[in-house]
Design a protein around this ligand. Structure first.
Ligand SMILES: O=C(O)C(=O)C[C@]1(C(=O)O)C=C[C@@H](O)C=C1
Length: 358
């Protein structure tokens, strides 16, 4: 580097040091404000609707050159650590360490909460119902694989509300200590991940046995112990088990996305851009399903999801999981829900929550 370049670099770094000191002072002021809010507030300290508003506001005011996603992720962390000053959060998720559910929990709550891995989706519901964790994160649908049936069934029988959603772009990677595919004798993964990589496996791993295990993280753990094995899992699992990624992004669908819901004892207040999730059942007669959903059309409320599942109670043949745009307190949504309650054999409002901001 020339003397001139060294000089220029020193000047810019001085600016960076000065700005960092200013940011730090501002962060301290912001954290003290959050502490004051915590003293004033009644009820739960975590406010999903307020966090969504802050994140949307940040994207609107972003002057660049950092992307909206970049600044939102930074502010996600700032709020996470400010909230931790008010109250440290416990969040249960479908473990073990390294799963996509863990990534979803971090994406939604930031780095501050105590993330508690659970063995099954049932355990996540139980942890929240028993109050062992204030919040839980459960997978609900994947763009390639469809609905996660167990989660839907537990919403029907369980006693929790939905207070948030997280959308996670799911990238699958083949990770192994083997030097190349010719040395790989078996491939472990969760059955859903194996089927998300069907085409890639047919072309690059033809004839290698695929072994389905309880989670991608478990697959990575097994591959870390066996030089002839590979796992298909996310980057987080590769990092956790120090497994080299031999082939990255091997999912067949370039837009492979999993949606998670955040569960707790309460739902969220209106944020201005919300969704409401319900589960309902129609009376057993012709045209009943059409009639059931008519109130949404009448009130101009858009449906963003409709999923039917065989009822497990024996009382009704099918139950329907429906997401609509808007909060249950919005007048049009409230009227539609009241009309639906009149004609449904069964209705449970799972909760209203902000549309995922990041
Ligand atoms: O506004 C509040 O209620 C706060 O507690 C502050 C704050 C924030 O840092 O902006 C922190 C936690 C809440 O979940 C929402 C927002």
């Amino acid at each position: 580097m020339s003397a001139e370049q060294t000089e220029a670099l020193l000047t810019v770094r001085k600016d960076i040091d000065r700005l960092d000191a200013e940011i730090l002072q501002r962060l301290a002021e912001r954290a003290r404000c959050a502490q004051r809010v915590g003293e004033i507030k009644k009820g739960p300290l975590y406010r999903p609707e307020r966090e969504a508003q802050v994140l949307r506001n940040i994207a609107e005011k972003n002057p660049g050159p950092l992307s909206n996603e970049a600044v939102q992720r930074i502010f996600r962390e700032i709020m996470s650590w400010c909230l931790a000053l008010e109250q440290p959060l416990k969040v249960a998720y479908l473990g073990p360490h390294g799963t996509y559910s863990e990534s979803a929990a971090s994406k939604h709550f930031g780095g501050a909460p105590d993330l508690q891995p659970q063995q099954t989706i049932d355990d996540v519901f139980h942890a929240v119902e028993a109050g062992a964790a204030a919040y839980g994160v459960v997978p609900v649908e994947n763009s390639t694989e469809g609905a996660v049936g167990r989660t839907l069934d537990l919403f029907m029988s369980g006693n929790v509300s939905v207070c948030g959603e997280v959308s996670l772009r799911v990238r699958q990677n083949l990770m192994t200590h083997a030097a190349d595919m010719s040395q790989v004798k078996r491939i472990y993964s969760h059955s859903q991940s194996l089927s998300q990589c069907n085409d890639w496996l047919a072309h690059h791993a033809h004839g290698i046995p695929r072994l389905s295990v309880s989670s991608n993280a478990e697959a990575a753990r097994l591959a870390a112990e066996d030089k002839e094995a590979a796992a298909i899992a996310g980057e987080r699992a590769a990092q956790h088990f120090a497994l080299p990624i031999l082939h990255a992004n091997i999912e067949d669908d370039p837009n492979n996305t999993t949606r998670f819901l955040v569960i707790s004892a309460h739902d969220a207040s209106p944020s201005g851009r919300d969704k409401t999730s319900i589960v309902c059942s129609a009376l057993h007669k012709p045209g009943a399903v059409h009639a059931l959903l008519q109130p949404f059309a009448d009130e101009g409320v858009s449906m963003t999801k409709f999923e039917s599942r065989p009822s497990r109670t024996g009382l009704w043949e099918y139950v329907f999981y429906v997401d609509v745009e808007g909060h249950r307190e919005d007048p049009a949504v409230a009227r539609a829900l009241a009309a639906l309650a009149d004609r449904a054999a069964f209705l449970k409002v799972l909760g209203s929550y902000p549309v995922a901001a990041i």
